[in-house]
Design a protein around this ligand. Structure first.
Ligand code: MG
Length: 206
C-alpha cells in the first residue's frame, strides 16, 4: 500500500475508550434527570435509556448533546461535560502508533461526535492530526459514503490514497469501503479473524 497518503481514524472505541461517553450519557445525564424530576436514579435511567433507544444510532439526534439537554430540559450541558473530562483515556498503544505513523503519513480523525465533544476527547493527541472532521458538525450527516468522499475531496486526495480504521462495522468499514477508501475493521475483543484487534496490527498491514 505504498500509495497511501492519509491514515484516518474513528475516535471513540478506536483511539479513546468509551469511558467519557459512558460517564456523560449513562451516569451524569440520568443523575441530572433524576434530580430535576425528583425521581430515583433507576427510574431516571429507565426513562433516559428508553429515549436513547427510541432515537438510536442511525439518527443524528443521538449524537447531539444540545438536542438531549434541550429535550430533557436539563439546562446548560457544559458543567456536565466538564465533570466527565477526567474520564477521557486512550487505548494503551494509541500514542505510540500515532507518533510512528505521523512520521510517514498525514493523520485524520473522522468521527460521528459533534465537534464540541470531539475536540475535548482528542485533547492530548490532537497534535498528531492534520485533519479533524466531525460528520455531524462539518457535514450535517452520519459517517456515510458521501461523508468519506467529502473529506477525501477536502484533503485533496483520492479515496484510494486513504486508509481508515474504526470499531463500527457500518460507519468505519462498510461506508468508507463504499467510498473507495481502504477500510479496516477494528474489533478490540478480537472475535473476528479478519479484523484488527489493536492499532499495532494496522501498522503491519500498511
Ligand atoms: Mg467508534
Amino acid at each position: 500500500m505504498n500509495k497511501i497518503k492519509v491514515i484516518s481514524f474513528d475516535v471513540e472505541g478506536t483511539l479513546a475508550t468509551p469511558a467519557f461517553s459512558h460517564a456523560l450519557w449513562h451516569e451524569t445525564i440520568p443523575a441530572l434527570y433524576a434530580s430535576k424530576k425528583e425521581i430515583d436514579i433507576a427510574q431516571a435511567e429507565a426513562a433516559i435509556f428508553a429515549e436513547y433507544g427510541r432515537i438510536g444510532k442511525q439518527q443524528m439526534a443521538w449524537y447531539d448533546i444540545e438536542h438531549w439537554f434541550g429535550f430533557l430540559q436539563l439546562g446548560d450541558p457544559q458543567p456536565a461535560i466538564q465533570s466527565c473530562l477526567h474520564k477521557i483515556k486512550y487505548y494503551p498503544e494509541v500514542e505510540e502508533v500515532l507518533a510512528s505513523l505521523s512520521t510517514q503519513y498525514k493523520l485524520c480523525a473522522a468521527s460521528g461526535m459533534p465537534l464540541e465533544l470531539l475536540r475535548l476527547v482528542l485533547q492530548d493527541i490532537k497534535h498528531y492530526f492534520t485533519y479533524i472532521f466531525s460528520a455531524p458538525t462539518h457535514y450535517k450527516q452520519l459517517k456515510s459514503p458521501a461523508f468519506y468522499q467529502g473529506i477525501c475531496a477536502e484533503m485533496g486526495v483520492h479515496p484510494a490514497q486513504v486508509a481508515h480504521t474504526g470499531d463500527s462495522w457500518q460507519f468505519d468499514f462498510l461506508n468508507p469501503g463504499q467510498a473507495g477508501i481502504h477500510a479496516f475493521y477494528l474489533d478490540r475483543q478480537g472475535k473476528n479473524q479478519e479484523s484488527l484487534s489493536d492499532l499495532r496490527q494496522l501498522q503491519q498491514q500498511l
